[in-house]
Design a binder for this molecule. Structure first.
Ligand code: PEP
Ligand code: MN
Length: 364
């Protein structure tokens, strides 16, 4: 079933100026009037026009800093008045929405824990009905594209057309470099299905550490996404939430200046941009292939252990012949040549046998 969305593109909201990236920046949380104003001054000074700050914070543990609540909205109002910036914050309930409307918040975003919850999404959508506030929906914490689309549909059915998305990666129990698994495949899928949706990446929550912000931001640009939402704090190390991943405004300026952005100003440039986006997709797939191979080899090691415990020989020719037949048939149905599939899988099998031998000989 196709789920149509009736969308007004971000370039028509009157907030964002091209060229890419459209940028939203500001602290994870509003903490005090001084911190909000000082950070806004730093960002405004180099042309950031859309300011973010969390007012109500969804924290894992109770007792962590859960945001300053409504008083923070007065500080955001002051940011608008003093710097002429647009302001945005996260909402997760009817009460949040009503407070935002009251204080003139320009854009709202839905957090990853909320977009995963249809009850809350419906509550927020109902509360927004009759307004035309732009809403940016973060991907749900779990990699479920339908849940993400469903959240957008609920808003769209409530009459909201200024909709965009923010890709912030997914929770994972796997040991990875980043706080969240970037899972770019889903961003590509979403982009392909809904090219009209304004598409941000949030490298801050993906990375969890400011060291990885540049590489993730560059990847987002290479995939052709429209914008970045980045956490920036005047004194990152003293931040009350997400201290490790925040950047000073000056460091954010450096980051933005180091990004290589390819715009399609000529035929040739368009080609280059297209090929870069495709190559970035290939990089993501290769990365996934390597991860799958590593997972497979880990299972080979376990099989080796298991065979050793039960005193069974490693090579069981009949089994591999069966596997290979199945692989070739599946390859054919996917439009791949049998010879290619056979070569790849024989190489995988050889390595797997080598791993199992290492286990048998006590080397692993
Ligand atoms: C945030 O943007 O501060 C936030 C809580 O993000 P997420 O919902 O992506 O975890
Ligand atoms: Mn944060």
């Amino acid at each position: 079933m196709s789920h149509e969305l009736d969308i007004i593109p971000g370039t028509e909201w009157g907030f964002f100026t091209l060229p890419r990236p459209m940028c939203i920046a500001g602290p994870c949380s509003a903490e005090s009037e001084e911190q909000v104003m000082e950070t806004a001054a730093g960002l405004n000074a180099f042309g950031i026009h859309v300011y973010r700050a969390g007012i109500w914070k969804p924290r894992t543990h109770p007792g962590s800093f859960e945001g300053v609540g409504t008083p923070g909205l007065k500080w955001l109002k002051k940011v608008k008045e003093v710097y002429g910036m647009k302001v945005c914050t996260e909402v997760a309930s009817e009460k949040h929405v009503l407070e935002c409307i009251k204080y003139g918040v320009d854009i709202i975003w839905i957090g990853a824990r909320t977009s995963a919850n249809p009850f809350l999404m419906q509550e927020v959508a109902n509360a927004l009905e009759g307004t035309d506030i732009p809403v940016l929906v973060k991907n749900p914490v779990n990699p479920d594209i339908d849940l993400w689309i469903g959240a957008l549909e609920r808003l769209n059915k409530a009459g909201l057309k200024k909709l965009g998305v923010i890709h912030r990666g997914f929770s994972t129990s796997a040991p990875i470099l980043y706080r969240n698994d970037p899972g770019w495949r889903m961003a590509i899928e979403m982009r392909t299905r809904y090219p009209q949706l304004t598409f941000f990446a949030d490298p801050s929550h993906m990375a969890g550490d400011r060291r990885y912000l540049l590489e993730l931001s560059q990847r987002a640009m290479d995939l052709g996404l429209d914008g970045l939402m980045v956490e920036s704090h005047c004194r990152p190390d003293q931040a009350l939430s997400d201290a490790k991943q925040q950047l000073t405004p000056a460091a954010l300026q450096d980051l933005l200046e180091s990004l290589v952005i390819r715009e399609n100003t000529s035929e040739n440039q368009a080609y280059k941009e297209g090929i870069d986006a495709l190559r970035a997709q290939i990089d993501v797939i290769d990365d996934n292939l390597l991860k799958s191979l590593a997972d497979r080899m880990e299972i080979s090691r376990k099989i080796g252990l298991y065979k050793k415990e039960h005193n069974v020989a490693i090579l069981q020719a009949g089994r591999w012949d069966n596997v290979l037949e199945g692989v070739k048939e599946r390859a054919r149905s996917l439009g791949l040549s049998e010879e290619f599939a056979e070569a790849v899988f024989n190489a995988i099998h050889d390595e797997s046998v080598r791993r199992q031998n290492e286990v048998l000989e006590g080397r692993r």
